[in-house]
Design a protein around this ligand. Structure first.
Ligand code: SF4
Length: 384
């Protein structure tokens, strides 16, 4: 089976990832379009049993050992620790596998973190979003910024202080530049500081309360300024960007997300979870489970496949995705794989990309800082 060009240009395979979707939240945030519900906690035991059953079936079909596992959602930290641990125990993992759990700051209790750690959790991703109470209010989120400092200390005490990540969101209406700077500075001053930071521009997703309120839609110029501010602050604190929205200390990148960006193989469990397997001839199959937890529990419970849809990706589609995903990373893409290399001169003149030798042979094209602000436009140009 021929690997697509982007994969072939990498020194090692990206591994095999497992994603577990936890579709429960205590309260729905105004901007959220994820498959999650805040009124169905009574389903947790049946849902967890169904996830374990789906995993057992996949293991029976010879699922590879996972090199990374990611519990996302939703709010995985809402699960009772023994339920999350039982799911993790059901997933066959390779030596040294990375295991990440998304966690709300107020859930970082020592007993929960201790149970996770003993079960093999190696990374915690804290959903901080902002350290400004008024910004959190405008995002419809409820946590006390003080709980973030408490959570960081608890992570340090639990032995997870050297690998944890913080998720931030910028660009809410009413967020002053000073609010954003204070959030970033406050995150960098945590004790211990995070090893990894993800910072996303707020998106007004259709169908959300934020999306249907134009007065609260983010401003592109404001978001660009805030992106430049976070990049500068993180760079001067020793964090390197390795994907447009992700920065890390040396050795602290998220291998699970890198696997997605490298078009690697992964298996998703739970409602709305996506899976991806390579197929012959340079193609791949992507499929996803039904969206609601009720339907998922019902299908798995009666021994049916919970898949709700699929798409087959030919080599051409995969090559386009390889460019879109690869260009967002600091590795960039091989010039030889760019369909419209004739555009490179213009993009170089505009200071949006740079050319350099990567590892091994071949010149690579990478986004500059300015290019990161206009990644979609640059990608479209390079696709021709
Ligand atoms: S906590 Fe996260 S998943 Fe849950 S509603 Fe808020 S943004 Fe969505």
């Amino acid at each position: 089976m021929a690997a697509p060009p982007f994969l072939a240009s990498r020194p090692e395979g990206p591994g095999f990832g497992v994603y577990v979707h936890v579709p429960f939240c205590a309260r729905r945030c105004d901007y959220c379009a994820f498959a999650t519900w805040d009124d169905r906690l009574q389903l947790v035991p049946d849902y967890c049993a169904a996830v374990r059953a789906e995993i057992a079936r996949a293991v029976g079909e010879e699922m590879p050992l996972a090199t990374s596992v990611f519990f996302g959602g939703g709010t995985p930290s809402l699960l009772p620790p023994d339920q999350l641990v039982a799911i993790l125990d059901a997933i066959p993992r390779g030596e040294g596998s990375e295991v990440t759990v998304e966690c709300n700051p107020e859930h970082a209790e020592p007993s929960r973190l201790g149970a996770w750690r003993r079960a093999g959790v190696t990374r915690v991703s804290l959903g901080v979003q902002s350290l400004s109470t008024s910004v959190l209010d405008s995002l419809g989120r409820r946590h006390d910024p003080g709980s973030v400092r408490w959570a960081a200390r608890a992570l340090g005490d639990a032995g997870l202080g050297g690998s944890y990540s913080v998720d931030l969101i910028f660009g809410a209406v009413g967020e002053r530049p000073a609010d954003w700077q204070a959030t970033v500075a406050g995150v960098l001053a945590l004790d211990p500081p995070p090893a990894h930071v993800s910072a996303y521009g707020l998106i007004a997703e259709p169908g959300t309360p934020l999306g249907s309120d134009p007065a609260r839609h983010p401003d592109a110029d404001d978001q660009a300024d805030k992106y430049l501010a976070v990049d500068a602050a993180l760079a001067s604190a020793g964090y390197s960007w390795y994907e447009i929205s992700n920065w890390s200390r040396p050795g602290a990148t998220c291998r699970h997300n890198q696997l997605y960006w490298a078009q690697g193989e992964y298996r998703g469990f739970g409602c709305a979870a996506h899976s991806h397997r390579l197929a012959g001839g340079g193609g791949a199959r992507r499929w996803w489970n039904v969206r609601t937890p009720e339907r998922y529990i019902r299908l798995v419970g009666r021994g049916d496949d919970p898949a709700g849809g699929e798409e087959l990706l030919g080599p051409d589609v995969r090559a386009v995705e390889a460019l879109e995903l690869g260009l967002r990373t600091s590795e960039g893409v091989a010039v030889a794989e760019v369909p419209s290399a004739g555009q490179l001169g213009l993009l170089l003149d505009l200071g949006l990309v740079s050319l350099s030798r990567g590892e091994g042979a071949g010149e690579r094209v990478r986004l500059t800082l300015r290019g990161r602000l206009l990644a979609t436009e640059v990608t479209l140009r390079l696709l021709g």
